[in-house]
Design a protein around this ligand. Sequence first.
Ligand code: SAM
Length: 340
Amino acid sequence: MKNLVDRFNRIHDYLRISLTDKCNLNCIYCNPKTLQRSSLHQNELLSFEELIELIIIFLQSFGVKKIRFTGGEPLARKDVLQFFEKVSRLKNDNNFEIGLTTNGTLLEENLEILKQFRFDKLNISLDSLNREKFAAITGSDSLHSVLRSIEKALHLGFSSLKLNAVIIKNINDSEILDFVDFVKDKDINIRFIEFMPFTNNAWSKDGFISSSEIRNVIEQKYLLRKLEIKLSLVSKDYELVGYKGKVSFISSISDHFCDSCNRLRITAKGKMKLCLFSTSESELDFRKIFSEGSFGRDEKLKRSEIEEKIVRAMELKNEKHPEIESIVQMDQNEMIGIGG
Ligand code: SAM
């Protein structure tokens, strides 16, 4: 087994897989605002069999420790539970954590089975606690089902429950304290995420609010103390002194954390993305590799060819993501297919 190390000595042991670009919500910060989106067809996605092959390679050849499924909405992909069952069986022989990032609308009825499949980490997006505003942000009147999922996840004992809130000025920044009030007595980590530009999303400089501004608002009411043990490599984590809940800030724009990047992504289309903002030249196309590989039915050859391509692609990873001015100009970098 060898580690996946890039030119800057960063070890990559965290794989995020987007299972679909389809989503049952239409969030303003995620979806292209002008284009009418059409989702990929099932046969344009990596099949579950191909994904399992890749997961085995990442676990066994490269020692990946954590795999997170995202989307689009991962729970919206057809037959996803059968796939999750296969992934969970890999836990018998491999030491890794399974995470899921979900909008929480299809979660409630699936929580028991995810618990049975030994999902370790659950991140739920929640961008407003106000029913009308939630609907305006997501295009769906489904705040109640997300809240029910959160309550049930707590009840079932999912630890490390995280809520992700993308804060946008004049949209939901008036709710920063409401989010903290919501988690203060719960075993939940609320994570405030800086609004990032993606192709055709609703990003503008005027809508941007930095982590430090958000923190200032919270500190008007609560005492925050930096946590000794980090909850994640990308966040700055705080305890709410006197309360159970925790607060984190993800400052991808104002204070990027590229130095400690340990992540690789596979998009819904089956491209390996070295960075959320990397360009197509550095993307490995797994669908193409599976369909055109010279390995035929030879499993060993297939595995070594794929391993070699992954190792070579790692050399293209940049030291840090581009500056915001370039990111804003980026074409074909739609969040919905990458998965955050
Ligand atoms: N459907 C799932 C969900 O809603 O969590 C998974 C996909 S969603 C793209 C994954 C994460 O990306 C969410 O937590 C969301 O908040 C975050 N995200 C999407 N667009 C973003 C943006 N423009 N800036 C910051 N975070 C964003």
